[in-house]
Design a protein around this ligand. Structure first.
Ligand SMILES: Cc1ncc(COP(=O)(O)O)c(C=O)c1O
Length: 471
């Protein structure tokens, strides 16, 4: 049955679930299951056990799932590009979620790292990642960040503006190094995603136009302390239609063909941005099909322009860790709201102990998630719910629209899947809420990757804090 026939406030896309306990494949991590008593288990560890040990809310990462996606993605691109005679390297986009352990999981899967700040670079170096397999991004890198990257031996720095060329050339020269660089090109693809996630339309801050790129490449080629490695494009994030990636590849390859007249362009980096299933109704692109589609476009342009096939780099973040993550919350209050009028109806507001501080994406992008009761199953009739947090904002929404069993009550545990990417990494301490820990689960064992940031930690930043609570 369509949801709106049952609950007038439900959006058209929301299906009334036949089973409110179902853990839909492709939305939940591979090890998610209900145990004998109906409780959600992740990596063989029960939700209640995880929260009892590590506090609520909690970010849980299914290690098997994240490692498996890293390996599958590398194989998909290696096979598709191998078939057209191209080598491929993957750089996991650490902005999605990075800790020292996660960086090591990627390295163990044969994947390098894309970092977008000096801080992310420090995590990568602390993890012992081979600097040659690190790509450094940023539209406003400081001299200090560039000095650190060059002296650490970062394999490639992706230039984002004409001014950066001079700065980086000077940094590299003063360190006595020749730094390999790419130029980020704004290929002018209008990716179908939220405006704030699209990074290749004309009116935004990233990259250089194809015209400006010609000047950039000429300056790099003229510099004794820089070496042109290639061209970069990232059209945006959370993209579900594969055509945009193929079109971006074709435009970049055309530009490369033009630049080959004056020297080598050995590498092309096509970024990340592959969409994932947040909802059972989402249709994430199949990574193998996607890789084959992009490779076909590359081959077509190489043939048309009689160019050599370059080496390729891709930078997926969300599609590797997003589906591996689940956030667990505890219900603290519930209320039923009746909206008057013709288009009105009822919905239950279920408030949990986190909110926009642990997942800003619903407030920032209008992102939709789904939710399941985690500590038990229930045969109570489904009710339309909005899961909200505990912040002082009406936009503090965790799950905008879903159904939960009608008997959900204070003390129940809720699980929101597909929160592995851009949850913890974009978290804040708004309202002085503690930042939840991240626990990795695998084979029945939970291990803390990053501990909870406590109120005491936050007070410790306050210069007037004297280490004691006043009585
Ligand atoms: C340059 C670049 N590469 C890769 C990514 C990763 O995107 P995603 O996590 O959607 O795969 C981003 C995300 O913003 C990016 O800006």
């Amino acid at each position: 049955m369509h949801a709106s026939e049952n609950a007038p406030l439900a959006p058209d896309w929301l299906e009334l679930p036949s089973d409110t306990a179902a853990l839909d494949e492709g939305v939940w991590p591979v090890t998610a299951r209900r145990n004998g008593s109906g409780e959600l288990e992740l990596g063989g560890v029960a939700a209640s056990e995880l929260l009892a040990a590590h506090g609520s809310p909690l970010y849980v990462i299914d290690e098997q799932d994240a490692r498996g996606r890293a390996t599958e993605t590398l194989a998909a691109f290696t096979d598709a590009f191998g078939a057209i005679g191209a080598e491929v390297e993957l750089h996991y986009a650490s902005k999605a979620l990075v800790t020292i352990d996660i960086a090591r999981w990627m390295a163990e899967s044969g994947i390098g790292l894309d970092v977008a700040s000096g801080g992310e670079l420090e995590v990568a170096l602390a993890a012992g990642i081979d600097p040659a397999k690190i790509g450094m991004h940023g539209n406003n890198k400081s001299r200090a960040e560039l000095e650190r990257a060059v002296s650490a031996g970062v394999g490639c720095i992706i230039i984002d503006s004409l001014g950066e060329i001079e700065l980086l050339a000077d940094v590299a020269a003063s360190l006595g190094r020749v730094q390999r660089v790419m130029v980020r090109i704004n290929v002018g693809i209008h990716a179908s995603t939220h405006d704030y996630l699209a990074t290749s339309h004309e009116d935004q801050k990233f990259g250089l136009t194809r015209e400006a790129a010609l000047d950039a490449v000429a300056s790099i080629r003229a510099s004794a302390s820089l070496e042109l490695l290639g061209l970069h494009s990232h059209i945006g994030s959370s993209i579900y239609e594969s055509e945009g990636f193929g079109a971006a590849a074709a435009r970049l390859m055309m530009l490369r063909a033009q630049l080959l007249a004056d020297g080598p362009v050995p590498e092309v980096n096509l970024g990340g941005g592959f969409g994932i299933n947040y909802l059972p109704s989402d249709q994430a692109p199949d990574i193998r099909e996607l890789a084959r589609g992009i490779a076909a476009e590359v081959q077509r342009v190489c043939e048309e322009t009689a160019s050599s096939v370059p080496r390729f780099v891709f930078e997926p973040g969300r599609s590797i860790v997003g589906p591996a993550g689940v956030t667990l919350y505890t219900v603290g209050s519930t209320k039923t709201v009746t909206v008057p009028g013709e288009s009105g109806g009822e919905r239950d507001y279920i408030a949990v102990d986190g909110g926009m501080s642990d997942n800003i994406r619903p407030a920032l992008y209008g992102a939709d998630y789904c939710v399941r009761l985690a500590n038990r199953v229930s045969d109570a009739a489904p009710r339309l719910v909005r899961v909200v947090g505990k912040h002082c904002e009406s936009g503090d929404i965790v799950v905008n629209h879903d159904y939960l069993p009608g008997d959900v009550t204070v003390g129940d545990l809720l699980a929101v899947p597909a929160t592995g990417a851009y949850g913890w990494s974009m978290a804040s301490n708004y309202n002085y809420l503690e930042r939840p820990a991240i626990a990795a689960v695998r084979d029945g064992v939970a291990r803390v990757l990053v501990r909870r940031v406590t109120i005491e930690d936050l007070l410790a930043y306050d210069a007037a804090w004297n280490g004691k609570a006043s009585s």
